[in-house]
Design a protein around this ligand. Sequence first.
Ligand SMILES: C[S@@+](CC[C@H](N)C(=O)[O-])C[C@H]1O[C@@H](n2cnc3c(N)ncnc32)[C@H](O)[C@@H]1O
Length: 252
Amino acid sequence: MSVFDASAGYELAFSYRDVPAEVDALLAWHGGAVRTSLELAAGPGDHALELARRGIATATLDLSPAMCARVAERAAAEGLTLTRVVRADMTDFAVDETFDLVFCLIDSLAHVLTLESLIGHLRSVRRTLAPGGTYVIESLHPADGFQPGSRTDTEWTTERDGISAHIRWGRGDEPIDPLTQVTHLLVTLDVAGPGGATHHEELMAQRFWTVDELTAAARIAGLEVTERYGDFAGNPLDHPHAWRLISVLRAA
Ligand SMILES: C[S@@+](CC[C@H](N)C(=O)[O-])C[C@H]1O[C@@H](n2cnc3c(N)ncnc32)[C@H](O)[C@@H]1O
């Protein structure tokens, strides 16, 4: 069973993020009015739901049926409308609508394992961008790729309403295969509360993508990387506290 099947536990484990501030940054990086948005590999869809709360017509896409069900259930519970919840593979998808803002967060791009798939992914995104549209990718900071575990915590606990989620995203020092740039991480998620405890674990393949690979693949797909940041505060990639690789892409 995938860790992503434990959609509510995953949602709690990743609830440490300042979602409204991150959404402010996504909107600012787009630069103009955002009327429509699409979150790729959306998981439980925290950012998509925040955009919907702000009156932006928002859709989500994810491969996991449990994650698609979770985001739909959360939207319904809040009385929010998502324009669509698409179950699809982000490496090759088509949606018969275009969007001002498309985004893929928290290194979900690492689930794209080959160059062909990355180009397929970016071509799919290019087709879904409205004129003047923006695609924002948040991926692993290059320092973590070349020196695993150097910037990002790989183990933490979050708590809410008497329920705790403990997640371990590998050990933080797994080697990256020098030929494929793929690393295999044992991901464990333990959720405990008054109703009992659950344990999920999965050996997950993830690919580390370099700055130049993203630039080159974007060009092949008809996109251009116009800005890069090291975090959601907009610090540069070489800032000492930069811990993410945020790429802003637009049609070439
Ligand atoms: C680390 S979670 C991130 C969820 C969400 N973006 C967030 O910020 O919390 C990765 C998500 O990617 C989804 N995923 C993995 N491979 C995918 C693929 N090929 N196409 C679409 N979604 C995929 C998983 O189901 C999971 O929901």
